[in-house]
Design a protein around this ligand. Structure first.
Ligand code: PLP
Length: 415
């Protein structure tokens, strides 16, 4: 067999190519596990306030805030300082609950001081889904019952238990078998409440369903839900992982319904940019995790001191910087600017907002054009025709105006 000069050249080029160090983008696709064929793949250099900066220098107004995480903005100086200070003292010391770690103690105490007195015991987890899991276990242990109720279009996380109670069959089905004894009812529907029975351990409800494209229940329905849980002995578990921390215009969205949950789920903005979740209950309920078996819920890293220090600093900033007070006014600016025949509806619960388009294709084109023009938005898991608006609460008014102009301009470019 003769080897031509061309073959040798090709081999050399291939060899040289294989020696070339791969750039971050190539390494990202090769070694970081992918869960979709279309990640945004923007290489981030830095983030501050409501702006992300890519390595090529391009700036993006962030309209999704890490999916309702960065309520006080990216890299808030007080949070960065708290992280640095805590890192110099200690990092992980021991599994959850053994040592007295002041960031945990102080954050749990401050949360309790800003919650109804019945919610006085905080179990810190690493994520929202783990808070859902812990709460589900706690409800079973406390009530001695097994039935769990979730709602259609609800999202509570992606682990097996949380997946079992989310309200969308497309996202659940491939992972069966899931938890038994789970019922999915219509959200904000009075007749479905009758299905809650004395076999029900827990009813999980979001205070605003985000992933359905922002659906708010009526206060009357939430009150009826509370009443039915009281009548049957089921624990009412409200998920504020996305709606909490001022996003809907009050510190906690449940305040707007005049009810209190038995267990509250927190996450996302809880850690001010660091991984942290929590389920919160009164001590009498929480103590069900102390016996039969002891250590009823275990986590190695839950309530990590650096995450708690960050969350504590972030929560203090949220309370002191009048961010929540400005939510409804900022939401109104969005609503007043987002007017176009292609926009079928703008739904909002404060700064948890959704622009409803006729279909996913339209929404995706607008999202892509926005991205080209320096605006980061997204769609919702169960509502792909809806564009997500959930910016840092400290987005300034001129950034809102600019963001809306980019969206309206993008819509104008549709065929
Ligand atoms: N609950 C709600 C309402 C959420 O929006 C999410 C995440 O989007 C979760 C639970 C799960 O949180 P995590 O992704 O931190 O597990």
């Amino acid at each position: 067999m003769q080897v031509s000069k061309i073959d040798i050249k090709l081999c050399l080029r291939f060899f040289a190519e294989s020696l070339r160090p791969m750039n971050q983008r190539e390494l990202f696709f090769r070694h970081v596990a992918q869960t979709s064929d279309a990640p945004l793949a923007i290489e981030i250099a830095s983030a501050s306030g409501a702006v992300l900066t890519a390595v090529d220098g391009k700036k993006y107004i962030d309209l999704i805030g890490g999916i309702s995480v960065c309520n006080i903005g990216h890299c808030h100086p007080a949070v960065v300082k708290a992280i640095c200070d805590q890192s110099e003292k200690y990092l992980h010391v021991l599994v959850y609950g053994e040592m007295i770690q002041s960031p945990q103690v102080e954050y749990a105490s401050l949360l309790a001081a800003n919650l109804p007195s019945s919610l006085n015991s905080v179990y810190f987890t690493n994520s929202g889904a783990e808070a859902t899991e812990g709460a589900m276990k706690l409800a079973k242990r406390f009530t001695g019952k097994t039935g769990i109720i979730g709602f259609k279009n609800a999202y509570h996380g992606s682990t097996q238990g949380a997946l079992s109670i989310i309200g969308d069959e497309y996202w659940r089905n491939a992972f069966r078998p899931l938890l038994p004894d789970v019922l999915h009812l219509e959200y904000n529907d009075f007749s479905s409440i009758e299905m809650i029975s004395d076999r029900t351990a827990a009813v999980f409800a979001e205070t605003v369903q985000a992933e359905s494209g922002v659906s708010s229940p009526t206060a009357e329905w939430m009150q009826a839900l509370r009443k039915r849980c009281d009548e049957t002995g089921a624990l009412l578990i409200l998920d504020e992982i996305q709606a909490g921390f001022g996003r809907t215009g009050t510190l906690w969205a449940f305040e707007q319904f005049g009810i209190e949950p038995d267990i509250l789920l927190l996450g996302k903005a809880l850690g001010a940019g660091m991984p942290l979740g929590a389920f919160v209950a009164k001590q009498e309920i929480m103590s069900a995790l102390m016996a039969n078996p002891v250590l009823g819920h275990i986590t190695t890293f839950g309530g990590h001191p650096v995450s708690c220090a960050a969350g504590l600093a972030g929560f203090k900033a949220l309370l002191s910087e009048q961010l929540i007070e400005a939510v409804s006014e900022k939401s109104a600016i969005f609503r007043s600017k987002l007017i176009h025949p292609a926009i079928l509806e703008v739904r909002s619960a404060g700064l948890l907002m959704s622009i409803v388009f006729k279909d996913f294709t339209t929404n995706k084109k607008v999202i892509d054009l926005c991205l080209e023009n320096g605006l980061l938005t997204d769609w919702f898991l169960f509502a792909p025709h809806c564009m997500r608006i959930a910016p840092p609460l400290n987005i300034d008014r001129s950034q809102i105006q600019e963001a809306c102009a980019i969206i309206i301009n993008a819509i104008g470019q549709l065929d």
